[in-house]
Design a binder for this molecule. Structure first.
Ligand SMILES: [Zn+2]
Length: 175
């Protein structure tokens, strides 16, 4: 039986070292592995992990061809914490750090726009989210669970992205 992951469209080809790196990230946290694969394949220009990573975890991201950058943030009470950003190229990491370094976390329209751009969310969904977060749409709720953005009503981009997210989610589950 052929592997359904590789039957058509986007191929997920990892060498042995890359696969080991992905498996390690998945043991740290499934979502970290899934985000690493989404970013490694280019679906997401940048991903954010909301804490510092140790050397082994950072090395695993590098093994997957990703660059990493830590950014200092504050929660609203003022307490500092470290985020780890990763992406295929340094430019978007620089854009993130330039905008967010030292800032308290917030959900302003400006933040949602910048994050949406860097994290690979459809602009239509970002605009709708700013007007009305989690507004109802015809996109099935159960398919939302593996996405990181909320589909806008009548979205033409999300249905194109969703099967690719699904494929990478399945690959992460099975690897
Ligand atoms: Zn949309």
């Amino acid at each position: 039986m052929s592997d359904p992951i590789d039957q058509d469209g986007m191929q997920i080809q990892l060498n042995a070292a890359e696969l080991t790196a992905l498996q390690h990230l998945k043991t740290v946290d499934f979502e970290l592995g899934y985000l690493a694969l989404l970013t490694q394949t280019g679906l997401k220009p940048v991903s954010r992990w909301e804490k510092a990573l140790n050397r082994t975890e950072t090395d695993a991201l590098h093994e997957l061809g990703l660059q990493t950058r830590t950014v200092g943030r504050r929660v609203r009470s003022g307490k500092k914490f470290t985020e780890t950003l990763f992406g295929r190229t340094p430019a978007y990491l620089e854009v993130y750090a330039e905008h967010f370094e030292g800032l308290a976390v917030d959900k302003s329209a400006e933040t949602v726009r910048v994050e949406g751009f860097l994290f690979g969310y459809p602009p239509c969904c970002v605009a709708q989210y700013i007007r009305h977060p989690y507004a109802p749409s015809e996109f099935p709720t159960h398919k939302q669970e593996i996405l990181f953005h909320w589909s806008c009503k009548g979205c033409v981009v999300t249905p194109l992205l969703a099967p690719l997210y699904e494929k990478l989610h399945q690959f992460t589950l099975r690897c």
